[in-house]
Write a protein that binds this ligand. Structure first.
Ligand SMILES: [Zn+2]
Length: 147
């Protein structure tokens, strides 16, 4: 798995962060130490739990997790629509991911935060921008799970 080839053609879309893989379908990846600790950074050089040094094997992470904490952002960079909701999502592998939450009403979230904490969410991707060569840049967010 560590040597897994990245199937992204030259004209294809590019992930916005190194721990997002687009093929065969979008998912997050991490590094897994022999002690069981998992890190979102695929190029992690050392394990802070047991002190082992990497490189560590790459593991695929779940698309589903639970909201650990969230906050409503009222001010952001020019061009970014506010308010919006950011969160830290816990994945079953023991990794936490910082992300935006889609399909969650910021006002409602502030009124009833208990409904957001622990909420099951799933990862979705969207085109965030284009890079200088015209490739779509793909970002990820999480939204409440749909069945
Ligand atoms: Zn370790």
């Amino acid at each position: 798995m560590a040597q897994e080839a990245q199937i992204v053609t030259d004209s294809g879309p590019r992930p916005i962060v190194p721990y997002l893989k687009l093929e065969p379908k979008p998912h997050l990846i991490g590094s897994k130490c022999a002690c069981g600790a998992v890190y979102l950074d695929p190029k992690r050089v050392a394990c802070s739990k047991c002190g082992a040094s990497g490189p560590f094997p790459t593991v695929d992470l779940s698309e589903r997790g639970k909201v650990y904490v969230f906050s409503v952002i009222h001010q952001s960079f020019p061009g970014i629509k506010t308010p919006y909701v950011t969160a830290i999502v816990d994945l079953p592998e023991g990794v936490s991911v910082r992300t935006n939450l889609l399909d969650v009403d910021p006002e409602q979230a502030q009124k009833e935060p208990h409904k957001i904490f622990g909420m099951p969410v799933e990862m979705v991707t969207q085109v965030a921008s284009k890079d200088r060569e015209g490739h779509d840049v793909i970002a990820f967010s999480f939204r409440p799970t749909r069945n």
